[in-house]
Design a protein around this ligand. Structure first.
Ligand code: AMP
Length: 480
C-alpha cells in the first residue's frame, strides 16, 4: 500500500517523499481514511508505530482542501500533549508534513517565554500543539481563541484524562466548539477513563493495531533482582558490562533522578537528569545532548516516558520498577521504536516485586531473570534468581536472548537453552543499531504484515486525483 492509495493530496505526499516514508504503517493505513472522512477516532497503538503521522497527515490534508478562513489564519486544529517534549515533537511533525502548504503550526508549552508565544499566535496560525497548563494561561490572557477549532486531538489520551490533567483538559474541551472532529490517540486506554474519553467523542471509530498494554515485539525484557542500596552499583556495572552506548534510565522521583545522574557523573559517565523541576531550557538541552549522542545516560522521571522519539535507543533501564503497567509500557516503548530491536532492563528490589508481578500479569510477558550479576540481593526472591543463567550476559543482551522465554525457565531453575533462544535475534542487534533506519525497519515489518493479511487490497484502488489548494473543498468530507 502507498500513501497515495489513502487519498492524501499532493502537497502532503510531497512532504512524505522528503521524510523518506514510502508506505503507511498499519495505524496510518487504518486511521488516515477515517480522519479524512471526518469521523471521530479512538486510536490505540503502541509507541513507535507512526501514531503522530496517523493524525497529522489527514488533518493537514483536510485543511489544505478546505476553504481558508478569510483574513489572518485562525486556529482550526488543537492538539493537546501531556509533556512539553512531546508537544515539541508533534509540532515538528506538523511542520515537516506541511512544508509544501501555506499552513502554519505553533507549539505552546510552559517553562519558556510566554511573550514569544503570544507574538507567534498574533501572526495567525492554523494548528496549535499545546500542553494544557500553558494553553489555559494563554486563554486567560486572551492571546488565542479556540472558537474556530474544528479538529481536537488528545495525544497520550490516557495520561491526559488521568487525575493530574483531567480538569484542565475538560476546561479546554468546553472552550472548543461542540461541532468538531475529536481524535484520541493512546498506547494504552485503561477502562477507568474510557467513559470520560467517550464523553468527548461522537460515534468514534476504534482503530487499534496492538492489544492494550502489549509491549513491543522486538524488545528483550529482563529483570535484575537487587537490593535498593545496590542499584547504583548495578547501574554502573550494567553500563560497563553490556557496553551500553546510550541509555534512558527511569527513576520514580525527581530527586532520585538527580542523585543517580550525579553518581554517574562522579564515575566519569556522561549523564544528566530530566524532570519537571528543571527549567525548560535545561530539559531541552539535556534531551538534545542525549539525542545527539553527547550524553551516555539520561536519567529521567516518567516525564520522558511518553512519546519521545529517540532514534536507535538500544536500552531503557527501569532503575525503579514503575507501579503501573501503563508506565512500564510507555517507558520501555522508548526503546525498540519503529521496528528496531531494543532491550528493557528492570532493577527490582524487594518492595517492587509486586509491581513486577502485576506488570507480567497484565502484559502477559514473562520477563527474563538475569541471575548472574555481581549485585544479587541478600534475600533472593523465592525460586526467582536461578542457577543456570547463561554465562555471557553480554551475548544475551546483545542479540541472542529470547524475548518471551526464559523467566519461567529461570524461575523453575531450568536450563539456559530457552533463554539463549537461538535465532530470535531480539536483542539490540548490531544490524538494527547500525545503518538501518529505525522507522524503515518497523515500516517494512508492518507493511509485510499488512500484505500477508491481505489488507493491501487498497493498493488496487485508484489513487484519488490530487487537489492541492485551499479553494478546493471535498464534498465527500463532512464538517469542513
Ligand atoms: P510515532 O509513533 O509517531 O512517534 O513515530 C515513530 C517513528 O516512526 C518516528 O520516528 C517517525 O518519523 C517514523 N515513522 C512514522 N511513520 C512512518 C512511515 N510511514 N514510514 C517510515 N517511518 C515512519
Amino acid at each position: 500500500m502507498k500513501f497515495s492509495d489513502l487519498g492524501l493530496s499532493q502537497p502532503i505526499l510531497r512532504s512524505l517523499d522528503a521524510a523518506g516514508y514510502q508506505s503507511p504503517t498499519p495505524i496510518q493505513a487504518q486511521a488516515i481514511p477515517q480522519v479524512l472522512s471526518g469521523r471521530d477516532i479512538i486510536g490505540c497503538a503502541q509507541t513507535g508505530t507512526g501514531k503522530t503521522a496517523a493524525f497529522a497527515l489527514p488533518i493537514l490534508d483536510r485543511l489544505v482542501n478546505s476553504p481558508k478562513p478569510s483574513g489572518r489564519a485562525k486556529i482550526q486544529v488543537l492538539v493537546l500533549s501531556p509533556t512539553r517534549e512531546l508537544a515539541a515533537q508533534i509540532g515538528a511533525s506538523f511542520e515537516a508534513y506541511s512544508r509544501h502548504t501555506t499552513l502554519r503550526a505553533a507549539v505552546v508549552f510552559g517553562g519558556v517565554s510566554v511573550q514569544r508565544q503570544i507574538q507567534e499566535l498574533a501572526r495567525g496560525v492554523d494548528v496549535v500543539v499545546a500542553t494544557p497548563g500553558r494553553l489555559l494561561d494563554l486563554m486567560k490572557l486572551k492571546a488565542l481563541s479556540l472558537a474556530d477549532v474544528r479538529v481536537f486531538v488528545l495525544d497520550e489520551a490516557d495520561r491526559m484524562l488521568d487525575m493530574g490533567f483531567v480538569n484542565d483538559v475538560m476546561r479546554i474541551a468546553k472552550a472548543v466548539p461542540k461541532t468538531r472532529q475529536t481524535l484520541l490517540f493512546s498506547a494504552t486506554l485503561p477502562e477507568n477513563i474510557r467513559s470520560l474519553a467517550n464523553s468527548l467523542l461522537t460515534s468514534p471509530v476504534h482503530v487499534a493495531v496492538d492489544p492494550i498494554s502489549s509491549t513491543a515485539e522486538t524488545l528483550d525484557q529482563s529483570v535484575y533482582f537487587v537490593d535498593k542500596a545496590e542499584k547504583r552499583s548495578l547501574l554502573a556495572w550494567v553500563l560497563g558490562d553490556l557496553k551500553i552506548d546510550r541509555t534512558l534510565a527511569f527513576t520514580r522521583t525527581k530527586h532520585g533522578a538527580d542523585r543517580v545522574a550525579e553518581f554517574l557523573q562522579q564515575r566519569g559517565i556522561s549523564a544528566a537528569a530530566l524532570h519537571g523541576n528543571k527549567s525548560q531550557n535545561a530539559r531541552q538541552r539535556a534531551l538534545d545532548a542525549f539525542k545527539s549522542g553527547k550524553l551516555r545516560v539520561l536519567v529521567a522521571t516518567d516525564i520522558a516516558a511518553r512519546g519521545i522519539d529517540i532514534d536507535q535507543l538500544s536500552h531503557v533501564i527501569n532503575y525503579e520498577v514503575p507501579n503501573t503497567t501503563e508506565s512500564y509500557v510507555h517507558r520501555i516503548g522508548r526503546s525498540g521504536r519503529a521496528g528496531a530491536s531494543g532491550a528493557a532492563l528492570s532493577f527490582c528490589d524487594a518492595e517492587e516485586r509486586p509491581y513486577l508481578r502485576n506488570i507480567e500479569r497484565s502484559t502477559r510477558v514473562q520477563i527474563r531473570v538475569v541471575g548472574d550479576h555481581p549485585h544479587l540481593p541478600r534475600n533472593k526472591p523465592a525460586g526467582e534468581v536461578s542457577q543456570g543463567a547463561p554465562s555471557s550476559q553480554r551475548d544475551r543482551q546483545r542479540g541472542s536472548g529470547g524475548r518471551r522465554v526464559g523467566a519461567g525457565d529461570a524461575r523453575r531453575g531450568g536450563g539456559g537453552d530457552a533463554r539463549r533462544g537461538g535465532g530470535g535475534g531480539n536483542g539490540p542487534s548490531r544490524q538494527a543499531r547500525g545503518g538501518h533506519s529505525a522507522g524503515r525497519a518497523r515500516v517494512d515489518e508492518q507493511i509485510a504484515t499488512l500484505e500477508r493479511e491481505g489488507s493491501a487490497a487498497g493498493a488496487q484502488a485508484p489513487a484519488r486525483p490530487s487537489k492541492p489548494g485551499f479553494s478546493n473543498p471535498r464534498r465527500r468530507r463532512s464538517g469542513f
